[in-house]
Design a binder for this molecule. Structure first.
Ligand SMILES: NC(=O)c1ccc[n+]([C@@H]2O[C@H](COP(=O)([O-])OP(=O)(O)OC[C@H]3O[C@@H](n4cnc5c(N)ncnc54)[C@H](OP(=O)(O)O)[C@@H]3O)[C@@H](O)[C@H]2O)c1
Length: 243
């Protein structure tokens, strides 16, 4: 049994992941952007989940969340699930918040980052990226960055399995009701990577789709690009990734 944070668990895959992990007896920390969205998590809180509230698009709120989590019982696993498809919050939510939480929280036993098949369309360049979200960001690039972050963490912290998951195009609010992939398969890989003792689930640096390891965009495993991304995010946020 492990204490597991699932970011963005008010809806979609994050909520389904949190519900399934709760059903399997894990200690779950659910997370919503604000008090109103937190209200929708009442059924999970009634079942024993702990609740955290922070808007991941707002840098100060991410820093406060990290501080609150540092003051609480350590997390065994963090599933960086929260994500947005378009608009100015893309970079802050999809890459800056996962980076900051990774850099500022004590090392957990496992890390899971939500990627996407869209990451193949991202440009592996950090120049000119608007990390603060003053203008609309590229979803494809944000997912390439977060997939690269998962691989960079795997390299730096070899004792902490750190993996990225493409959940498939599934029918959530983001995916749309006509999305063709299987909604259950869309969250099961995250749960497996977070909790299974299967030796495959304990490997690190993978890019997974439905429990199969796939080859990500070639820049993901380019150590120079990993180092550049981590350096740029450290400069941008003032938080260094140890190790
Ligand atoms: N669905 C797909 O087909 C698909 C495909 C590939 C990858 N993914 C990835 O899978 C992850 C989950 O996606 P989903 O399909 O479940 O999307 P979703 O149904 O739109 O849910 C996204 C979750 O993230 C939360 N979130 C968004 N912005 C936030 C913010 N500023 N602060 C705090 N929480 C925030 C949302 O909260 P609210 O409900 O309050 O907005 C919601 O709980 C994302 O990282 C996404 O990129 C999804």
């Amino acid at each position: 049994m492990s204490r597991i944070l699932v970011t963005g668990s008010a809806d979609g895959l994050g909520r389904l992941t949190a519900e399934a992990l709760l059903t399997h007896g894990h200690d779950i920390v659910v997370h919503a952007r604000n008090a109103r969205r937190a209200g929708t998590l009442a059924p999970l809180v009634d079942r024993g989940a702990e609740l955290m509230v922070a808007d991941l698009a707002v840098r100060e709120e991410v820093l406060r969340l990290a501080l609150e989590l540092r003051g609480a019982e350590p997390l065994g696993v963090v599933i960086h699930n929260a994500g947005v498809w378009s608009g100015s919050a893309v970079m802050p939510v999809n890459i800056v918040a996962p980076y900051l939480l990774t850099a500022l929280l004590p090392r957990p036993r496992r890390l899971v980052y939500l990627s996407s098949g869209s990451h193949y369309g991202g440009h592996p360049t950090t120049g000119g990226v608007d990390w603060r979200g003053h203008r609309a960001g590229s979803y494809e690039a944000s997912k390439l960055f977060v997939t690269t972050l998962a691989a960079a963490v795997a390299r730096r912290w070899p004792d902490v399995p750190s993996n990225a998951v493409d959940p498939g195009w599934v029918p959530t609010r983001m995916g749309g009701r006509n999305a063709p992939d299987d909604l259950d398969l869309g969250h099961q890989t995250q749960e497996w990577l977070a909790t299974s003792d299967d030796p495959e689930a304990l490997t690190t640096g993978g890019y997974w789709h439905h429990r199969e390891r796939r080859q990500p965009h070639r820049s993901v495993n380019d150590e120079a690009f990993q180092d550049e991304l981590v350096r740029v995010l450290a400069d941008e946020t003032g938080a260094a990734l140890r190790g």
